[in-house]
Design a protein around this ligand. Structure first.
Ligand SMILES: C[S@@+](CC[C@H](N)C(=O)[O-])C[C@H]1O[C@@H](n2cnc3c(N)ncnc32)[C@H](O)[C@@H]1O
Length: 228
């Protein structure tokens, strides 16, 4: 298992329109996990919550057929722009999580979804840049939906890669995916300093008991789940 914060992956030159999530430590952790899958040109890959398209474009470099989804129009425009600049054909769709590809199947499905616990229900702040990270009181609003629907998108032997914070329940993710019949494990972890969102939210996170008084790093994990 990877534990240390390894060097960032070369994600190429990416532009992000204002309000679109620029690649961060979670993006890089998932990128390394994706590279470890050894993608080939005959594979179909799906990137849910694509943002800038960073991970979709990394997958496209292998020659794989790549689809990507984001709910934000700005993110979709950004990802399309980045795909055009990189000269990659990526199908970039606007929609809610797996909705636009509900009847399709993939060899690899990946996601870096919103996962930061927030002191308000997500629906009350469903627009703006915070849509990239706010994920309801438990941080699991998108994660639970992905755990419920992504297994049905996998081909036999297909792999789901999910990155999220340790704050929102790694065991919960493993339990849900196991219950869907997938073999799963945490395949990489990294500890990163709190970013601006976590820092601003620290008093509330501490009051919830999600972060101890002396903790000053956040654990990120990649869960790898494989269909038989
Ligand atoms: C943490 S960012 C990840 C961006 C990119 N994949 C990366 O790793 O850098 C999460 C992304 O999820 C998108 N998103 C939030 N809710 C969504 C939903 N219900 N369906 C699809 N995309 C969503 C946001 O617009 C944002 O671009």
């Amino acid at each position: 298992m990877t534990t240390a914060a390894a060097p960032p992956v070369d994600l190429g030159s990416l532009w992000t329109l204002p309000g679109v999530y620029a690649p961060q430590a979670d993006t890089h952790l998932l990128a390394r996990a994706l590279q470890a899958e050894g993608l080939t040109a005959d594979m179909d890959v799906l990137d849910i919550c694509t943002g800038s398209g960073a991970l979709a474009l990394l997958a496209a470099r292998s020659g794989a057929r790549v689809s990507a989804i984001d709910i934000s129009l700005r993110a979709v425009m950004t990802a399309r722009l980045n795909a055009a600049r990189a000269g990659h054909r990526v199908r970039i769709l606007r929609g809610d999580l797996t909705g636009p590809v509900a009847a399709q199947h993939f060899d690899v499905v990946m996601s870096n979804p919103p996962y930061v616990p927030a002191p308000h229900a997500r629906r009350s702040r469903s627009h703006g840049p915070q849509r990239a990270w706010d994920a309801g009181l438990c941080g699991r609003e998108s994660l639970d939906r992905i755990c419920a629907h992504a297994p049905g998108l996998l081909r036999p032997n297909g792999v789901l890669l999910l990155v999220h914070s340790g704050l929102c329940g790694v065991e919960e993710t493993l339990d849900r995916l196991t219950a869907s019949g997938l073999r799963c494990a945490v395949t990489s972890r990294a500890f990163v300093p709190f970013g601006p969102v976590m820092t601003e939210r620290l008093p509330w996170l501490r009051a919830q008991g999600l972060i101890g008084p002396d903790e000053n790093t956040e654990e990120l994990v990649v869960v790898r789940a494989q269909r038989s």
